[in-house]
Design a protein around this ligand. Structure first.
Ligand SMILES: Nc1ncnc2c1ncn2[C@@H]1O[C@H](COP(=O)(O)OP(=O)(O)O)[C@@H](O)[C@H]1O
Ligand SMILES: [Mg+2]
Length: 337
C-alpha cells in the first residue's frame, strides 16, 4: 500500500476541501435560515417536529415565500418541483428549487442559475414560462406557469404518458412537428435546448407538447456556434455525442435534432426506454458518445414504421454532419412521410 507522507496527506486534505462545494456546517446554517424564511420565525415554534431544524427531505415544506405548497410534482437527487398556489388565491404555479444535495453541488447549482438566465430570455407558447426567480438564504428558486394536462391534473411528461397509454404514430409525428417549430424559434433566438428527452416535454390540456428544463441549454453566437464552455451531461440515450467529445465538432442546431430523433424513436416504439434493457451494452462508452449512437436504419426495431426508420436513423447519426442540419429540415422530411 502506498504510504501517505505528511506532504501527500496534506495535499489530500487540500484536495478534499477544494473539491467539496461547501462545508456541511455552512450548508446546515443556510438550510436553517431557509426554513425560517419559509415558515416565518414565529411559525417555526408551532411547526411539527419534522419542520423544525434541518429537513431530512425537501418534501415536508408547506409554504414557500408567499406560496402554499400543494404537492411535490417531481423530485430527483438535485432538484425538486412543487405544485404551489399563491397564498390566499387559487392561482397555480410550479416551483423549482435545488434539493439539499443540489444546493451542496457547486456545479449543479451553477447550471440551475444558468437555467434561470436562459428562461429570462424566453417567451413562447411551446415553452414553459418562468414567472419569477428569486433566492431565499442563498437558495435560488424559480416559479413557472403550471402546465395542466387533459384531465385538469398536472400535465404528464411524455415519459409518464408513454408508460400509461399508447400514442399513435400520427400523434407522435404531430408532437415532433410542433416541437420542431418551437425549437426552430429557440434556435433563431440563439439558444440550444441541449437536453431534449421524454421527461423534458409535457403534454398540455390541448394535447400540445411544451418544452421545459433548460439546465443544459447552450447560447449560440450569430454563426450558430456555442458561446462558452459546454457542460458535459444530459439524459442517457438522448444526449448527442458532440456534448461529450469534440471528435465530430461543436454543438449546433443538429444537436437538438439528435434529442428529437431519440424522442421520436421511443414514441414510435411506444414505450419508455429501460436503462438496463436498452442501454446495457457498454454504458460508459455510450455516455462518452461512442458506439451506441451509431444507429443505422437496419438496427432500429421493427415497431418503427419502415418509412420513418430512415428519418429516425438520420436524426440519430453519430456524425452531426450526416444528420438533418436543423429542425426545419427534419420537418420537411416528415412532411413527405
Ligand atoms: N411548469 C410546470 N408545469 C407542469 N409540470 C412541470 C413544470 N415544471 C416542471 N414540471 C415537471 O417536473 C419535472 C421535472 O422538471 P425539470 O425542469 O425537468 O427538472 P430537472 O432539471 O430536475 O429534470 C418535469 O419532467 C415535469 O414533469
Ligand atoms: Mg428534466
Amino acid at each position: 500500500m502506498k504510504k501517505l507522507t505528511r506532504e501527500t496527506s496534506s495535499k489530500k486534505v487540500r484536495e478534499v476541501i477544494h473539491n467539496r462545494a461547501e462545508s456541511p456546517i455552512l450548508i446546515r446554517r443556510r438550510l436553517s435560515l431557509f426554513k425560517r424564511a419559509l415558515l416565518g420565525a414565529d411559525k417555526e415554534k408551532e411547526a411539527p417536529l419534522s419542520l423544525r431544524g434541518i429537513p431530512k427531505t425537501d418534501t415536508d415544506i408547506k409554504q414557500f415565500d408567499g406560496l402554499k405548497i400543494q404537492a411535490v410534482i417531481f423530485k430527483s437527487e438535485k432538484s425538486i418541483v412543487y405544485h404551489a398556489t399563491v397564498l390566499g388565491t387559487s392561482h397555480q404555479l410550479a416551483l423549482k428549487a435545488p434539493t439539499e444535495c443540489g444546493l451542496a453541488n457547486r456545479e449543479w447549482l451553477s447550471s440551475f442559475k444558468h437555467e434561470i438566465r436562459v428562461l429570462r430570455r424566453i417567451e413562447h407558447p411551446g415553452i414553459v414560462q418562468m414567472t419569477r426567480a428569486a433566492k431565499i438564504s442563498e437558495r435560488p428558486f424559480y416559479t413557472s406557469n403550471l402546465i395542466l394536462g387533459k384531465n385538469g391534473a398536472v400535465a404528464p411528461s411524455l415519459s409518464q404518458l408513454l408508460s400509461e397509454t399508447k400514442i399513435s404514430t400520427g400523434t407522435a409525428v404531430r408532437y415532433i412537428r410542433e416541437l420542431c417549430a418551437t425549437l426552430s424559434w429557440l434556435h433563431d433566438s440563439g439558444i440550444l435546448h441541449g437536453d431534449i428527452s421524454l421527461s423534458n416535454i409535457v403534454i398540455d390540456e390541448s394535447d400540445r407538447p411544451k418544452l421545459l428544463d433548460f439546465n443544459l441549454a447552450v447560447f449560440l453566437d450569430e454563426r450558430g456556434r456555442p458561446v462558452g464552455p459546454i457542460a458535459r451531461g444530459g439524459t442517457f440515450g438522448f444526449a448527442p455525442p458532440e456534448r461529450f467529445t469534440e471528435e465530430w465538432g461543436l454543438m449546433g442546431t443538429y444537436s437538438d435534432v439528435f434529442g428529437i430523433g431519440a424522442v421520436l424513436k421511443w414514441l414510435l416504439i411506444n414505450r419508455v426506454p429501460s436503462l438496463w434493457r436498452d442501454f446495457a451494452v457498454a454504458p460508459r462508452r455510450n455516455l462518452e458518445g461512442l458506439p451506441l449512437f451509431q444507429i443505422s436504419a437496419q438496427t432500429l426495431p421493427s415497431e418503427i414504421p419502415q418509412k420513418l426508420r430512415a428519418i429516425v436513423a438520420k436524426c440519430l447519426e453519430r456524425n452531426p454532419r450526416r444528420r438533418y442540419r436543423d429542425c426545419s429540415s427534419l420537418v420537411d422530411a416528415l412532411s413527405k412521410f
